[in-house]
Design a protein around this ligand. Structure first.
Ligand code: PLP
Length: 500
């Protein structure tokens, strides 16, 4: 059970009230001169009538409060973070340094193009590397996240079919193992979602896919490697069947880290794919952002890419094309983001690509796959691996090893928190029961992986003794224990009110 203390604090973790609940009236961290007696009111009657409700605090109180909050955050800089599908990799400090250069960080998005040629060159150069690495000729740089990039790709596909008089193509085939954003993006742009079952081997059932193809299908959305961490070995046949039916092959590129520098997705028959810059190309993420999801497009889809786009004028000046009239013969479907996209993330991604080089990127994807296979090999007999054979950049286990123990995947993950590890992804993908999906990424050392393996094996051994209680009690050492996550998500309390 949890040990109690007189103070409510635990070790040097302090029990923290909300900032609105500390301080006292009249206390202040600043010393402002008194308001001159005759100040004409220039607020036109908009002056605040009641107090702001902000707490009265001294500077040390503010500093301590926010420093303590920052210490409650767990991030990739704090420790191992094997969250499957999310590619939580080290963010080289070089990228941070570049993004903070005043010439980038202080740019105003409305600055005239003639004054931001360097920034436009960054966008353009990154676009060059993304098209080179994927083999696809065009890229829409402005989507702000993976899901946003999916939606952007589907909108381009929709615009293509409408332009070609085939607007009835609105059915999207989505494998059962897909990330939830895939069907959500399809639904959001007015498509219907048709699921494709997985085979026993965790891959797309090609016969079932073929049976679902028809002249109302807009595209297949496939992740490769898929969310079971497996390469879709029949991907060429899949692409051929989809194209023969007159549909497009959309690839969810969130797992690009497994193949970057080694596989050009255009060679697999892919027509469109978003790239999570914040996964494959090292940007701090988690907690909802920031990210960026540029979407690479085939020659057929390129004319429908959203605005704005960086184009080079005859005199060599780079400009942002904002209107159809700037782009003769092209039919952009619209705009997806204010201004030009997540520029700071693009700077980091370009720094990463140039810092790594082509050989470095290929080494990173190789090491990511090696690390995942090391976990799979060392944990295979303690947990239950869902599929036979090696994996790509992430390894999938299910809850068969917990059968009869009374311990669930959730309990197991909570116990890992007490041991100092951010849990793996749980209960996703949905194609196996009680999934535990681990993605170590290339940036972890063998020592880190060995420590983690030791802990996971010890926990698995404890669970198998039938002593479920410590798991049910976990986490015991965190500032908060099991929260009602459903209630928090469905009924979030986003504003503090006095007396609440
Ligand atoms: C992360 C992820 C997405 C969505 O990307 P966001 O940037 O979170 O919107 C889509 N598909 C897969 C497989 C992912 O892992």
């Amino acid at each position: 059970m949890t040990e109690t203390t007189f103070s409510g604090n635990r070790g040097l973790q302090l029990e923290e009230p909300l900032i609105f609940e500390i301080g006292c009236a009249g206390r202040s961290g600043v010393d402002l001169p008194a308001v001159p007696p005759v100040t004409a009111d220039r607020l036109g009657g908009c002056a605040r009538k009641a107090a702001t409700g902000l707490p009265d605090l001294s500077e040390p109180q503010v500093v301590r409060h926010y420093t303590r909050l920052s210490q409650k955050n767990y991030g990739i800089d704090s420790g191992f973070y094997p969250l499957g599908s999310c590619t939580m990799k080290h963010n080289p400090r070089l990228g941070e340094k570049m993004a903070r250069l005043p010439g980038f960080a202080d740019l105003h998005p409305l600055a005239p193009a003639s004054t931001i040629q360097g920034a436009l060159e960054v966008i353009d150069t990154l676009a060059h590397w993304l098209t080179t690495l994927t083999g696809l000729p065009a890229v829409a740089m402005s989507p702000a996240a993976g899901a946003h990039g999916e939606w952007c790709g589907l909108m381009a596909i929709r615009a293509y079919f409408e332009d070609k008089g085939q607007g009835h193509r609105r059915r999207v085939l989505v494998p059962e193992s897909a990330h939830g954003t895939n069907p959500a993006s399809a639904a959001l742009c007015g498509m219907t979602v048709d699921p494709i079952p997985a085979t026993e081997a965790g891959r797309v059932d090609l016969a079932a896919l073929k049976a679902k193809l028809g002249d109302d299908v807009a595209c297949l959305m496939l992740t490769n490697p898929n969310t079971c961490g497996l390469f879709e070995i029949e991907v060429l046949e899949i692409a051929q069947a989809v194209h023969a039916a007159g549909a497009f092959f959309y690839c969810d590129g969130a797992n690009f880290n497994a193949v970057v520098g080694r596989v050009r997705v255009a060679d697999l028959g892919v027509d469109a794919m978003h790239i999570n810059l914040h996964k494959t190309f090292a940007t701090p993420h988690g907690g909802g952002g920031p990210g960026a999801g540029p979407t690479v497009l085939s020659a057929a889809l390129a004319p429908y890419a959203p605005l704005p786009r960086v184009v080079t004028a005859e005199n060599g000046q780079r400009m942002l094309a904002e209107h159809d009239r700037d782009l003769p013969g092209e039919l952009p479907f619209g705009r997806v983001k204010a201004f030009h996209g997540q520029f700071g993330v693009m700077v980091r991604a370009l720094a990463y690509v140039l810092g790594m080089g082509g050989d470095g990127l290929a080494a990173a994807s190789g090491d990511a796959v090696l690390n995942a296979n090391y976990l799979l090999a060392r944990l295979g007999d303690a947990l239950s691996a869902s599929f036979d054979g090696p994996c790509m950049h992430e390894c999938l286990f299910d809850d068969r090893f917990l059968a009869g123990t009374g311990v669930s995947t959730l309990d197991f993950a909570k116990a890992l928190i007490d041991e100092g590890y951010h849990p793996m992804t749980m209960y996703f993908p949905l194609v196996v029961h009680g999934a535990l999906l681990m993605e170590p990424t290339e940036s972890e050392s063998k020592e880190t992986l060995d420590q983690f393996i030791g802990v996971v094996r010890a926990l698995a051994a404890r669970a198998k003794t039938g002593d479920a209680e410590p798991f049910k009690q976990a986490p015991r050492l965190t500032p908060r224990r099991r929260l009602d996550e459903t209630l928090a998500a469905r009924t979030p309390v986003l504003r503090w009110k006095a007396g609440s």
